[in-house]
Design a protein around this ligand. Structure first.
Ligand SMILES: Nc1ncnc2c1ncn2[C@@H]1O[C@H](COP(=O)(O)OP(=O)(O)OP(=O)(O)O)[C@@H](O)[C@H]1O
Length: 806
């Protein structure tokens, strides 16, 4: 069955894609109406020609003459065209040309599938030629029947084959037509007669049968039930696969609904057929069921092509590479300084010798910022001994940022990384232009920079699936974030990825405001897409959780396991948008300064972040969280467990390095984009690609100047627990302790629920309720994360007045 399906699919694709692509809907309507009207005109002319051809014969030669008068209903045009097609052409069979033109026009006008149209034309013209030649037999008596072409062709055949030969050839062509076009085979003909005969017999029996006889007949059919399964199976398949297309749903619905009434007759037919003729049973099945299954999504794909999510911004152009600066253009690329290499090598060998460590071999790899010296110690030297000498070796090399990797994973050597005296800047331009990035077949490719061996380091954010970034201030974190965002902007269409940007520092990510309507996602009620207010972060995170749940429901409904499969199915038009299905872009949440967020909102932020991190990988929501302070109260166990991919820029202490990487080393980096990356086990040293603010600005300007969506991608609305309650609170429903509570807060000038709990000895819920009532009364300000609310009344006297004036 699968084979069967594949063949017509590819065939039809080849045949009918071209006309689909060349005309848009308006052009189709115009062309369609033109053809329909032209066809009708020709038809009228042809009909008229049947009566007026003799009268118009004389003016055919002088059609250009305005004075000449034609009898044809369509005057000279009608006379001319009819003369050409009927008299000179194919005789009466030329009528089929008019019909074909009308049908083509209707097809275009109604935007019907062109596949059947093409075969209609081919067969129509063949039939016309055959008829024309056939009528050519009578050409001498009736010139109009076969037309000149028909007569001449017939004459030609007769010259070579004789009359009998020509008749036999024409008969053979007729048989071929019946067999190929109408699929009439001897078996079908005999089967048809047999069925007709049986039906007639059954009718006759039924008319004479008594009620008991009918019951008897029904019982007779019971043993043949298994045949039902054969009939029903395709129907079930149909439902599984379809789910999506409403039109199909409607169709299958009709079929299902009609099953009770129609099925018995089908069953009857099958039963009769199976006892007499197996071939008939086959015919019934395939024509009724297969058609529908085949039609489902493939019909839509055939007609409209695969769904293209980028179509709305079809003219979108990706930013050109020239917007990025080439920092190495002036020759500041990686230079191999032989003297420096030699000096470092000697230093390493000498230092190790001082500690009685003999080296068998040493090899250097020069990277952009550091050079890796790989040493193979002489036999019998313990690795831990070298590792312990890390600081001593660093001292004797007089360099900051020495890192010892003992042993090098998978190499059997010990690595000593020594910073270069003249580090090279790795430009974002080179990272983006690299073949590795350009050819990356990844969902969300990120070009981080270059490894020690000068290879561009490209990873897939979708596989990470979340990224934690840490580094002390000024070590390259913001540049790193920009490198991530730039990578995605260079590789992903606005329809494919959306960013949710959280920037409490208010300056780092504001640049991206310009691409709000292209790439950003926001809450429906918020003005700015970039979130700078911590209290709004909570709503956004919860909204992302809602989006996550909604996406899981869609995936479940579509019976797929992840976003990639879902979108592939959607593109193949197997999911019906009317059932809520839509193309799902990846969502990348970027939080700059996570520490700040945790400090102000604590658990309220941590819980949704952890939930998203745990569950969102399959549905295409990926988190990137950056922090200056990688302390354990910021990067909690729960967060760490769900962020296997980590990036560490230089941090100030070994403890911080351990918190972020579960290993030391980040404290020994040299800064300026020198970073360590891990995705579980191996730690890789990378020089982060450098992208400066003006470069990012150029990119967002370039994108921002292009046609955009009407608004930013909207996330689902989240109604926070605290919002909306305040204004509805009725005065009469105020708590008995309302006044006392107001006095406590005004006296303390601190709007906190816990203060009320302590002073009035209340439970948490009641204190919370009173706070809401106080907010509604305008005594305390709105909720501000974990900070206490502002008290809006300065003292008790003012409170008295405020309450009296209410
Ligand atoms: N990959 C890099 N290559 C070269 N220089 C870099 C790189 N990354 C950062 N720098 C240098 O370090 C400076 C500070 O970088 P950046 O602004 O990214 O630090 P930061 O960690 O974000 O600091 P803060 O946390 O205070 O925002 C940059 O202005 C730049 O001069």
């Amino acid at each position: 069955m699968a084979k069967k399906k594949a063949t017509p699919k590819t065939k039809s694709k080849k045949q009918f894609k071209a006309p689909k692509l060349s005309l848009n809907r308006q052009q189709r309507v115009v062309l369609g109406s033109f053809l329909t009207i032209l066809g009708i005109a020709i038809l009228i002319a042809f009909v008229s020609f049947m009566f007026t051809w003799k009268a118009d014969q004389s003016i055919i030669a002088t059609l250009g003459n305005r004075e000449a008068e034609a009898q044809n209903w369509l005057s000279k045009f009608g006379a001319g065209i009819s003369h050409f097609f009927i008299y000179k052409g194919f005789g009466v069979s030329a009528f089929s040309i008019a019909v074909l033109i009308i049908v083509s026009g209707i097809y275009l006008f109604l935007d019907l599938t062109l596949s059947s149209l093409k075969s209609l034309w081919i067969w129509g013209i063949l039939v016309m030629l055959w008829l024309s030649v056939f009528f050519g037999f009578f050409g001498k008596e009736h010139a109009l029947l076969g037309g000149t072409v028909g007569f001449e062709m017939n004459d030609f055949l007769q010259d070579y084959l004789g009359f009998i030969g020509a008749v036999l050839l024409m008969t053979f062509l007729l048989i071929t037509y019946f067999v190929i076009r109408l699929k009439i085979t001897p078996e079908r003909v005999s089967a048809y007669f047999k069925t007709a005969q049986k039906e007639m017999e059954a009718d006759a029996e039924a008319s004479t049968a008594t009620i008991s006889e009918i019951e008897q007949v029904e019982e007779d059919y019971v043993p043949k039930e298994p045949l039902d399964v054969v009939v029903e199976k395709p129907l079930q398949e149909n439902v599984n696969e379809v789910d999506f297309e409403d039109s199909f749903k409607a169709k299958s619905g009709v079929e299902k609904d009609s099953t009770p009434s129609e099925k018995p007759s089908a069953k009857e037919k099958m039963t009769i057929a199976s006892t007499t003729d197996d071939d008939l049973a086959m015919e019934v099945e395939t024509t009724a069921e297969e058609e529908v299954v085949e039609n489902l999504s493939s019909k839509l794909v055939k007609d409209y092509g695969e769904f293209d999510p980028t179509l709305e911004l079809g003219k979108y152009r990706f930013p050109p590479i020239d917007l990025l600066k080439d920092y190495n253009a002036g020759g500041t690329g990686i230079t191999i300084d032989q003297a420096e290499l030699e000096e470092n090598k000697n230093n390493i060998v000498d230092t190790l010798k001082n500690y009685k460590i003999e080296i068998a071999q040493i090899k250097a790899t020069v990277g952009p910022t550091v050079t890796l010296y790989e040493i193979v110690p002489a036999a019998g030297v313990r690795i831990s001994k070298i590792k312990n000498l890390e600081d001593d070796i660093a001292l004797s090399l007089a360099a900051l940022g020495i890192r010892i990797i003992a042993p090098m994973p998978g190499k059997g050597t010990i690595g000593i990384e020594v910073p270069n005296k003249k580090p090279a800047i790795v430009s974002m331009r080179s990272a983006i232009a690299s073949q590795k990035f350009q050819q990356a077949e990844m969902a969300l490719p990120i070009s981080f920079g270059k490894t020690i061996s000068n290879e561009t380091f490209v990873v897939d954010l979708a596989k990470m699936p979340h990224l934690l970034m840490a580094g002390a201030t000024g070590q390259g974190k913001s540049v790193g974030l920009n490198a991530v965002l730039t990578s995605l902007l260079y590789k992903k269409h606005p329809a494919e990825v959306k960013f949710v940007l959280v920037d409490p520092k208010k300056v780092e990510l504001t640049l991206f405001n310009k691409i709000e309507r292209h790439y950003l996602a926001k809450l429906p009620d918020s003005e700015e897409a970039i979130i700078t207010d911590n209290s709004k972060v909570i709503n956004t995170l919860n909204s992302l959780c809602i989006e996550m749940d909604a996406r899981y429901d869609l995936l479940k409904d579509a019976m797929v396991r992840n976003l990639k499969e879902y979108n592939a199915k959607f593109k193949a038009r197997k999911l019906n948008p009317e059932n809520g299905h839509r193309f799902l872009p990846y969502i990348v949440l970027v939080v700059d300064e996570f520490a700040d967020l945790i400090m102000t909102a604590g658990k309220e932020v941590e819980t949704p972040i952890a939930r998203l991190a745990q569950l969102a990988r399959a549905i295409g929501i990926h988190l990137i969280i950056a922090t200056q302070r990688p302390s354990v109260n910021v990067i909690t166990g729960m967060i760490k467990a769900n962020f296997p991919a980590r990036v560490a820029f230089r941090v100030t202490s070994k403890i911080d390095s351990r918190t972020i990487l579960d290993a030391g080393g980040a404290d020994q980096l040299i800064g300026r984009g020198d970073m360590l990356y891990t995705q579980g086990n191996e730690v890789i040293r990378i020089q982060c690609a450098f992208v400066d603010t003006p470069e990012v600005e150029k990119i967002v300007d370039f994108i921002g100047a292009q046609k955009a969506y009407p608004e930013a991608h909207l996330l689902p609305e989240y109604i926070g627990e605290d919002s909306g309650t305040s204004l509805d609170i009725d005065k009469s429903e105020r708590d008995a302790l309302f006044r006392e509570a107001a006095e406590v807060l005004v006296t303390a000038q601190q709007g906190s629920a816990s203060l009320l709990q302590r002073k009035l000895k209340l439970g948490y819920n009641r204190a919370g309720r009173i706070i809401d009532q106080l907010e509604a009364a305008g005594i305390v300000g709105p909720f501000e994360g974990s900070k206490a609310r502002q008290v809006l009344i300065p003292d008790l006297i003012a409170l008295e007045q405020h309450l009296e004036n209410e």
